[in-house]
Design a binder for this molecule. Structure first.
Ligand code: ALG
Ligand code: ZN
Ligand code: ZN
Length: 320
């Protein structure tokens, strides 16, 4: 923990917000600050996708779209970049041709970043990367609760015989014992499956499901309350596949499914989790080549901003 005040974003009233290279929210890089509480790190990797490629460009698209974020989060009544030192750690260079090597690289790099007690706000990349990130987080915190926002279950077994893909990270994580199976939730699930067995397998792994239609019928406050109840004060990892949003709110993604959440619903559910102990988080599956007018990357930037605020509030609370 730093004793000096946190260094915040570039002042957009003095240097136009569209000037200069993009870091997340115009924050300093980790090599420009003595200590980092929350590292925003990119993982430009998409060799695990089953349909449209392109999420390797997601992290930098989110950084570009985050130039307009302002320092005061009114919805959470917090100044996240003053409560904690948030800094951009750049990208993890993962091998695009060897998925096993890439998974090992992401795990080792995440472990290194987490070593000094730093929390991670990872910008994907495809959903494959959640597995090595969870391995690194579990090594530090023990098995973690998982809150997974996604149109998809991502608990399938293999694709073309491959165990590491963007549709399989959470089955691997359960098999490896790195998740707290008392507190596993999918939110926003929808769309066609391969068979009913997908759901029974998922349930056996310990997951509860709040479907996209459940969010519409029950409303965001009730859903957030139910999630808080299930999670309690366990160390929590939040993984957000941007395809949890309806394609109208996030067209720039690889496996779009109709009938998703609005960005307003997602942001409100996240804000309802302020009491939770979020130890790290990711936003994945932003594929800018299919985006229009930065719709998807702006949504992802705001999602990462809410997640960062949750972590910063927790850090400040623990310090007090
Ligand atoms: N994780 C994402 N975005 N998609 C998984 C889809 C796997 C499938 O093609 O069945
Ligand atoms: Zn998905
Ligand atoms: Zn996913």
């Amino acid at each position: 923990m730093s004793s000096t005040a946190a260094r915040g974003p570039v002042d957009s009233s003095r240097i136009p917000r569209y000037a200069g290279p993009a870091t997340f929210a115009r924050l300093p890089r980790t090599d420009e600050v003595p200590h980092t509480d929350i590292a925003v790190v990119g993982v430009p990797f998409d060799s695990g996708v089953s349909y449209r490629p392109g999420a390797r460009f997601g992290g930098n698209a989110i950084r570009e779209a985050s130039r307009l974020l302002r320092p005061y989060n009114a919805a959470q009544d917090a100044l996240p970049f003053a409560l904690a030192q948030v800094a951009d750690a750049g990208d993890i260079a993962a091998n695009p041709f060897d998925i096993h090597e890439a998974v090992a690289t992401v795990e080792a790099a995440a472990e290194e970043l987490l070593r000094s007690g730093t929390r991670l706000m990872t910008l994907g990349g495809d959903h494959t990367i959640a597995l090595p990130l969870l391995r690194a987080v579990a090594r530090r915190h023990g098995p973690v609760a998982l809150l997974h926002f996604d149109a998809h279950l991502d608990t399938w077994d293999t694709y073309f015989g491959a165990e590491y893909t963007h549709g399989t990270p959470f089955r691997r994580a359960v098999e490896e014992g790195i998740l707290d199976t008392e507190a596993l939730s999918h939110v926003g699930t929808r769309g066609p499956l391969y068979g009913k067995g997908d759901l029974t397998d998922d349930q056996k792994m310990g997951f509860g499901i709040v479907t996209s239609a459940d969010v519409m019928r029950r409303g965001v406050d009730e859903v957030a309350a139910q999630l808080r109840e299930r999670i309690g004060d366990r160390p929590l990892y939040i993984s957000i596949d941007i395809d949890v949003l309806d394609p109208a709110h996030a067209p720039g993604t690889g496996t779009p499914e109709a009938g998703g959440l609005t960005s307003r619903e997602l942001l409100e559910i996240l804000r309802g989790l302020a009491a939770c102990n979020v130890v790290s988080a990711d936003v994945v599956e932003v594929a800018p080549a299919y985006d229009h007018a930065e719709i998807t990357s702006v949504a992802a930037a705001h999602v990462a901003y809410e997640l960062t605020t949750l972590m910063a509030r927790r850090i400040a609370g623990e310090r007090a």
